[in-house]
Design a protein around this ligand. Sequence first.
Ligand code: FPP
Length: 233
Amino acid sequence: MTTSNMPAHVGIIMDGNGRWAQHRNMARTQGHIEGLKAAKRIVKAASDMGISYLTFYTFSTENWKRTKEEVGFIMGLVKKYLMAEFDFYNENKIRIRFTGNLEGLPPDIAQEVMQVCDKTACFTGLSVILALNYGGRDEIVRAVRKITQKGIALSEITEDTLRQHLDNPDVPDPDLIIRTASELRSSNFLLWESAYSEFYFSDKLWPDWDEEDLKNAIISYKNRKRRFGGITA
Ligand code: FPP
């Protein structure tokens, strides 16, 4: 694949872990284990392709509605594997970043996330952004609170003020957002940042995703004309 017109930032709504497991008469949690393996495959592929930012919608502010067992299992996976993959980050110069409501996470998970972000902050390759306890509306509310706390005058608030108070103001908006498993909605993912993102929907369940699927999504992206509300010359 040529490196021209590559998306700098790809966001992924990983969907279908539960269905993948149910189709095999397995517990839903097994689907999350396979989902984690798929995430690692896609991180490696994105890193090799020269993508700069990859955001994974790992756990939404609404996912707390799931059973205690499932929530505990997903948090447990994060805790068990996030730091354990340090050698993989080091080999590929992958930086881990975070978006979401850190204060609402169990303290041990929040600490694990902060530690891995700290330890990989020096890596200059692909940035993998974990959206954990993340909601687009919540991110906007938190930004408004930060602005209010600073006492910024109403007349001075612009779109740029809001952007500067989002979780990662230095990260460019996602060029491409992928959602797997045949669901056609954005589910509160990167609401502000996705204003002009291109969307790619796939019927494949997340645990079945591999490098070839990412390539197909990027080929589709490369063939689109982005006008950002303007007109093509
Ligand atoms: C959706 O499947 C997936 C999630 C709720 C996210 C959990 C993702 C993982 C555990 C993969 C780990 C990835 C990282 C980067 C740590 P679903 O349960 O909604 O599937 P369903 O719609 O078929 O029920």
